[in-house]
Design a protein around this ligand. Structure first.
Ligand code: ATP
Length: 158
């Protein structure tokens, strides 16, 4: 699913470098349609809030010892101010950095991340944000691995 989402975004975001790095694929239980929607929100934001020529990376790490995988959407775009980090998941909230400064103003309704966080909640996915103004943003998703996936690992290790 991640690979597919990144491929599609590569076709659209011609002015950006978009790359995917997977250390090991992980198995999760999820509704594919809503997971696609969630990934599209993070990818579209990364492209939208990163000036042309910027870089977007999707990094996937399987962490069986923690029973999860981490999926990170990273960009080197306009960034989010510290005081906005908690608010961007609220419906209709748009940070100053998006509304005012760079490239005139960047359009949007402020709904994407509230939908993404709702989808994440349904899947017991945690979302962390690391960001610095003018440096870039990372959305780090911690996704529970399917039980099958975890037991596969313990079999191998044991
Ligand atoms: P829409 O829902 O129409 O896409 P939006 O992008 O404004 O509009 P959200 O996806 O909810 O809405 O994002 C909320 C706010 O979070 C954005 O307005 C922007 O300020 C900030 N934001 C989200 N992703 C990023 C990012 N990758 N870099 C910088 N700011 C971001």
């Amino acid at each position: 699913l991640v690979d597919d989402a990144v491929r599609k975004m590569k076709l659209v975001a011609k002015e950006h470098t978009v790359r995917l790095a997977v250390n090991e694929p992980g198995i999760i239980y999820a509704d594919p349609a809503t997971m696609r929607q969630m990934m599209r929100i993070f990818l579209e934001n990364a492209v939208k809030y990163t000036p042309a020529g910027g870089h977007i990376a999707v990094l996937s790490h399987r962490l069986p010892e923690k029973g999860c995988m981490e999926l990170t959407f990273a960009d080197d775009g306009i960034g989010i101010a510290q005081e906005d980090k908690d608010k961007i998941f609220e419906r209709f909230y748009r940070a100053d950095s998006a509304r005012t400064k760079k490239a005139g103003s960047i359009g949007g309704t402020g709904l994407g991340l509230s939908i993404a966080s709702w989808i994440a909640e349904q899947h017991e996915i945690e979302i962390a944000v690391e960001s610095e103004l003018d440096k870039g943003t990372k959305f780090i998703l911690t996704i529970p691995l399917a039980e099958d996936d975890e037991s596969d690992t313990s079999d191998k290790e044991g």
